[in-house]
Design a protein around this ligand. Sequence first.
Ligand SMILES: Cc1cc2nc3c(=O)[nH]c(=O)nc-3n(C[C@H](O)[C@H](O)[C@H](O)COP(=O)(O)O)c2cc1C
Length: 302
Amino acid sequence: MFIDEATGEQVTTGTPIALVIDNVDPRSKDYSDIKDKYRPGHADYTYDAKYGIRDYRGGGRQSARETAMRVAAGAVARKIVPGMTVRGALVQMGEHKIERKRWNWDEVERNPFFCPDAEQAKFFEAYLDDIRKRGSSVGAVIEIVAEGVPVGLGAPIYGKLDGDLAAALMGINAVKGVEIGAGFAAAALSGEENADEIRIGNDGKPVFLSNHAGGILGGISTGQPIVCRFAVKPTSSILTPRRTVDRYGAETEISTKGRHDPCVGIRAVPIGEAMVACVIADHYLRQRGQMGETPAWPFARA
Ligand SMILES: Cc1cc2nc3c(=O)[nH]c(=O)nc-3n(C[C@H](O)[C@H](O)[C@H](O)COP(=O)(O)O)c2cc1C
């Protein structure tokens, strides 16, 4: 990247952009108690079983510290698609959902939960504090909405846009479920309810009257907002003792101290935004490489 010192103008030069974040506050000794024990719900056992060696300090390679770099990469990706905005919000903590009628994007910036419902954010404060004090943890659901995504992004079979988004979101630590649009609720809808009916808008372009598809049909973007949700499990490192085994084959108990969020779903909001931005930017460049300009719609009758 080139930054003109005189004007402050920043331009990419086509060479790779390298981003580095130093961890200036590691506390490796917090983890010495659990060096040989496997945290139930964490990846300690699978790493040991796969590699025979595991860096237990700070969670090692399993740590979500690596997601900081995804957020940084997302900032670059957001610049690639002209006019695109990607926003995320926490819409459920534990079994407590937000009230969608109170959804206000401005609220997301005003509370520490990235919650669009101010009233529910107040409730989450006391709720999460109690969970933390009890040495427990809780899961969450995050919703990501990408607006200004052009029609036509996504490959028809391999590399469907929804498939790539699901893989990217599922690739975030602690994510156990992904939905696009109506998601699992679509199974309970009738064909009439689920059909996003189409009319012609004032600009001659199609207007969808609903968005159960979450902005994607046949793996290709419709031009509507792309809506994804993902479920994050409760943090597995908890103070409450749990039964487990150690790496030498003995049964034991584990209680995890150190710095662990009682709900990792909160910090997963910007990570989800970044992953969605990266996938859409990638497909934007692929579409431009394959098709150049997207075909002009509607087509002239022969
Ligand atoms: C932002 C973020 C922070 C996380 N912090 C912790 C943590 O402090 N303690 C913990 O046990 N797990 C934490 N996790 C989850 C683990 O990284 C994850 O559960 C573990 O790597 C096992 O992978 P899996 O849950 O995807 O199967 C965090 C996840 C995210 C997204």
